[in-house]
Ligand binder design. Structure first.
Ligand SMILES: Nc1ncnc2c1ncn2[C@@H]1O[C@H](COP(=O)(O)OP(=O)(O)OP(=O)(O)O)[C@@H](O)[C@H]1O
Ligand SMILES: [Mg+2]
Length: 274
């Protein structure tokens, strides 16, 4: 008993809290099953490692500030046939994150842009990358204020640190020139350093209007699209699916593709999965 107490105390002192907590039970099981010492030790350390990974994932997920948690497994690809499932599976390998390439998810409301961005963000966390989720409006307002208060450099660090920056709902509101220029500074600084996952309901042709300056918009798009994948989702809103089934909505005509240039034109072939 003394040895057990001593072992538990040492484990706690070493910061192996989970191992300390399960020590007695695992010892009993090992004795009962007459496990070799090495198996017992591997089992005990495995419990500690699993608990640590769980804690790590929980903390990283909390720090990412996702609006909700959705996984790729929860995504119904049959509902959204305009999405190439194979391309999404390829993206889920996170090769694009390793290459600091970007992903742009475009399409009308409710087609699953944020769902896919969150799901890929969660995958990135599981792979050990830092992820931060921010709504475009909050991001640009934050940058605009920092610029106006001459502390943009310091503020940018928050958005430069994560390997994956998810910028959601770009283009819902128009932004002023100060915000647009600050956004350009951010995208330039992240260029070839970290991935941007951006969702938008606006086509690239409308970015000039959104940012109040076509030159700044072109400069931002140039950097964002250089190494990028574009998913142009066309289809019905998942949110309205139940309502439509109940006959509350008239059938919606097929959604027109987003404004030019088309994703095929802008999509770089160097990162398109074979
Ligand atoms: N194909 C799908 N399979 C399962 N759930 C889906 C699918 N598409 C969307 N959803 C769900 O529908 C809801 C709306 O999806 P999401 O928020 O991703 O849409 P969005 O494209 O980001 O829309 P918005 O442009 O309005 O922000 C979410 O709860 C999401 O999980
Ligand atoms: Mg969304």
């Amino acid at each position: 008993m003394l040895a057990l107490e001593q072992a538990r105390h040492s484990l706690t002192q070493l910061g192996l809290d989970q191992a300390a907590a399960v020590l007695e039970g695992r010892l009993e099981t090992a004795a009962h099953k007459q496990l070799p010492y090495a198996d017992f030790l591997a089992d005990l350390l495995g419990a500690e490692t699993a608990a640590r990974r769980e804690r790590y994932l929980r903390t990283r997920t909390r720090l990412a500030h996702f609006p909700f948690q959705r996984t790729l497994e929860q995504f119904d690809f049959r509902f959204q046939p305009s999405i190439d499932e194979r391309q999404v599976r390829e993206l889920a390998t996170l090769a694009f994150v390793a290459e600091a390439a970007n992903l742009l998810l475009l399409g009308p409301p409710g087609v699953g842009k944020t769902h896919l961005a969150v799901a890929l963000g969660l995958r990135a966390i599981e792979a050990g990358h830092g992820v931060y989720f921010v709504r475009a409006h909050d991001l640009l307002e934050d940058l605009r204020r920092a610029q106006a208060e001459h502390r943009l450099d310091r503020r940018l660090r928050v958005y430069l640190a994560p390997k994956v920056l998810v910028i959601d709902e770009f283009g819902v509101w128009p932004y002023d020139r100060v915000a647009a220029t600050a956004f350009f500074t951010l995208i330039s600084a992240r260029y070839e350093r970290g991935s941007v996952l951006l969702t938008s309901n606006k086509g690239f042709g409308e970015w000039g209007e959104v940012l109040g300056d076509p030159v700044v918009a072109a400069a931002i798009l140039d950097r964002l699209l250089h190494h990028s994948h574009v998913l142009n989702i066309r289809g019905d809103s998942y949110r309205l699916r139940e309502k439509k089934r109940a006959g509350l909505f008239a059938p919606v005509p097929p959604t027109a593709p987003l404004a030019s240039p088309s994703p095929q034109e802008v999509m770089r072939t160097d990162h398109v999965p074979a």
